[in-house]
Design a protein around this ligand. Structure first.
Ligand SMILES: *Cc1c(COP(=O)(O)O)cnc(C)c1O
Length: 461
């Protein structure tokens, strides 16, 4: 296959994509294959000689779609979504065609400056203060790792980078028990250690208790430990917990601790002014991450970190051997210095296409619909005699269980997911096995959401 062959194959791929999306409702949402089915259908070694594109494409159609869990299925209600709006798919195609690697400004000025422009658009769209800045990572996990590494180095006076952590005081990091496992991972990878991630007790609404935060910090100081930062949860994965950031922030400030907000899923909702109170105080923190790939239409991967001041993060993560110096250009931004990997995809192009093709209004309408339909479904399930609503809707997420008990709830989930019309997942809450409902795929409609009720009714009786 060469460049002259590409347009025809691209057109064929585009038509395949159109038909795939049009036919999603007829497919089971979750893959219905057994472990090893795909692997055993593939040859163990690469071909020695070139194969014709027809054969490659035919094998793709034969082996892959049937073994996918369809994340773009309008009735995918399991994990937080990974959006793929048509405008984003188009942008991804152009990104692939360009094949640029934007590690430095000079390795593609358009990549760096489009990223700066999109960060500016999002700062304005989410109501964050002018003067903030930011960058686009691959994942919220990496953004939070960057924030935690920066907290560590700030506490150590930037000596950990060169001297390592042996001999350093015991660093302590604070987050609530509702925090995503990416925070645990960051504490582990940053050399802070799982045991030094203090899971601060929550109040009855599952938000971090500010008095408990203050007590934990003071106890650590009294023990000679070194508090280094606080991570707030804005839209927890299990049941959508939100910390009361505005109530906890003064505690962190009183001890001079930097703060980071994990709003990977919920942060996109900041574009809706009426939903901002859920995250009040976020714009007074030092850093926040949210994933436009979860709820703003942009393709995975697209994780935006907004920063009050990037200086400490660049000091922590920037490294400039000679070959990465940008000669004669001191004033440029080299985004590799803001993150862990050196190489960077041109992710900003997706945001540019999506925000223009649908407008902020289009994004807001989708978000508001998802929130409203989630409430409607929740109310409808509440009136089912055998169903308990266990946690109330937080944006587009709530959990429920059968009043009969855990075993019955788990059996119901297994039955429903095997049937394939919808896809849900589970979590444990307050000692109960509960089913999570969350919606947010790009093509999801109210009818798709309400079908959950029909599927459950049929499966319960
Ligand atoms: C999805 C999610 C993450 C992890 O996001 P990645 O981009 O996959 O690393 C972290 N925190 C929360 C609250 C999430 O919902």
């Amino acid at each position: 296959m060469n460049h002259d062959d590409l347009p025809a194959w691209s057109a064929r791929a585009a038509e395949w994509i159109r038909a795939y999306h049009a036919g999603l409702r007829d497919r089971p949402v979750r893959a219905q294959v057994k472990p090893g089915d795909v692997l055993s259908a593939l040859p163990p070694a690469a071909p020695e000689t070139a194969e014709a594109p027809d054969r490659i494409f035919a094998d793709f159609e034969r082996l892959i779609p049937g073994a996918l869990t369809h994340w773009q299925h309008p009735r995918f209600f399991a994990y937080f979504p990974a959006n793929a709006a048509p405008a984003s798919i188009l942008a991804e195609q152009l990104i692939a065609g360009i094949g640029a690697q934007g590690m430095l400004w000079q390795t593609s000025p358009a990549a760096t400056e489009l990223e700066q422009a999109m960060i500016g658009w999002l700062i304005r769209a989410t109501g964050f203060p002018e003067g903030w800045t930011g960058t686009i990572h691959d994942s919220a996990t990496v953004a939070t790792l960057c924030a935690v590494l920066t907290m560590r180095e700030k506490a150590l006076g930037f000596t950990g980078l060169t001297e390592g952590l042996s001999g350093a005081p015991r660093l302590r990091l604070y987050a609530s028990a509702q925090t995503h496992s990416s925070v645990d991972k960051a504490a582990r990878l940053a050399g802070i250690g799982q045991e030094n991630l203090v899971k601060v007790p929550t109040r009855s609404d599952l938000s971090m208790d500010p008095d408990a935060l203050a007590a934990a910090i003071e106890a650590d100081l009294a023990a000679g430990h070194m508090p280094c930062g606080v991570i707030f949860c804005a839209g927890g994965t299990a049941v959508g917990a939100f910390d009361d950031i505005a109530a906890c922030l003064p505690v962190a400030r009183a001890h001079g601790l930097p703060t980071h907000v994990d709003a990977a899923w919920a942060g996109s909702a900041l574009v809706c002014e009426e939903l901002r109170p859920l995250m009040a105080g976020a714009a007074d923190c030092d850093s926040i991450v949210f994933n436009p790939h979860k709820w703003m239409g942009a393709q995975f991967d697209c994780a935006v970190q907004l920063l009050r001041d990037p200086t400490d993060q660049i000091r922590t993560l920037g490294l400039r051997p000679d070959f990465l110096q940008t000669l004669e250009e001191d004033a440029v931004t080299d985004f590799n210095e803001w993150t862990v990997p050196l190489g960077r995809r041109m992710r900003a192009l997706k945001l540019w296409f999506v925000l223009r093709a649908y407008g902020l209004d289009g994004v807001r309408t989708r978000l508001r619909n998802h929130v409203a339909w989630t409430r409607r479904l929740c109310e409808s399930l509440r009136s089912e005699p055998s169903i308990d609503i266990v946690t109330e809707p937080r944006l587009s997420l709530f959990t429920f269980a059968l009043s009969e008990g855990d075993a019955a709830t788990e059996a119901l989930l297994t039955r429903v997911n095997a049937e394939g019309r919808i896809y849900l997942t589970q979590t444990h809450h307050a000692g109960r096995f509960v089913i999570r409902f969350t919606c947010g795929t790009w093509d999801c409609t109210e009818a798709d959401v309400m079908e959950v009720r029909d599927v459950l009714r049929a499966a319960i009786t």
